[in-house]
Design a protein around this ligand. Sequence first.
Ligand code: AMP
Ligand code: MN
Ligand code: MN
Ligand code: MN
Length: 280
Amino acid sequence: MINIDLHCHSTVSDGSLTPTQLIARAILRKVNVLALTDHDSVSGLNEARLAANCANIIFINGVEISVSWRNQTLHIVGLGINPEYSMLVEGLASIRYGRIARAQEIAMQLEKIGIHDSLKGAYTHTGEGRLIGRTHFARFLTEHGYAKDVKSVFKKYLVEGKPGYAPHQWTSLRNAVDWICNSGGRAVIAHPARYRLDKNVLDELLLEFSALGGAAIEVITASHTQKQSLLFSRYAQKFNLLASRGSDFHGPGESYFDLGQMPDLPTGCRPVWHDWNNLF
Ligand code: AMP
Ligand code: MN
Ligand code: MN
Ligand code: MN
């Protein structure tokens, strides 16, 4: 049985391992095929690919793009992308630029409730690429005792309705799917259960996503219960979408699934890797 993990993060976005350390861990966890899917950045792919080549791991170029769709943030994973495709490169750069303004806004919100210097603090937790996100604020807040761990700090401060939440306009679903597809990749809706969409809205999303050229949805992911995985495997079949499997690993101690350590896809759905024959 091949162990495939098509969603994880490095220090290039909000993971805690460098791309090289991530591959070292993938070896230990007996992963055969790995996609690195950092948020809004492809700058870890070269390093990860080099390490994977030395280790006999088949490496897939990936990315996880932040999208706004009907006032909701969605994450779209791209698999098999060309990280040098200019529309993708420029699109991601503009999203990262937007993250800087959002981070300033988050810091201002936190300032209002008496939490000082959080922007500087969050930046001490970012990696070399300096992409900034809520996880970096979460690590700063945890470090300073505002909650016992990153998960609780999110709940208390960083999600919608909480004092450190700043609404943000990401790129469109169409842009994300276009950048991914036109660079030769396959677009996948990440952790679909997490958006808590009403049934009708979910149907509309899947139809729109397919019409735009989207190919797959994540069925096995850390954010899904067993029941939700089964539900989304049925959605995949109903909407003729492929099914993906990814841990969404961010780092030791911060993630529900370790690299490659999760259930297999339910029977009946078609894996997003079904035609990657040349890889195996
Ligand atoms: P951002 O893209 O900066 O808004 O941050 C999104 C990231 O924050 C996700 O990819 C997760 O890594 C993390 N995250 C979001 N919600 C939570 C939560 N409730 N608990 C822990 N981490 C979360
Ligand atoms: Mn993340
Ligand atoms: Mn995500
Ligand atoms: Mn992710």
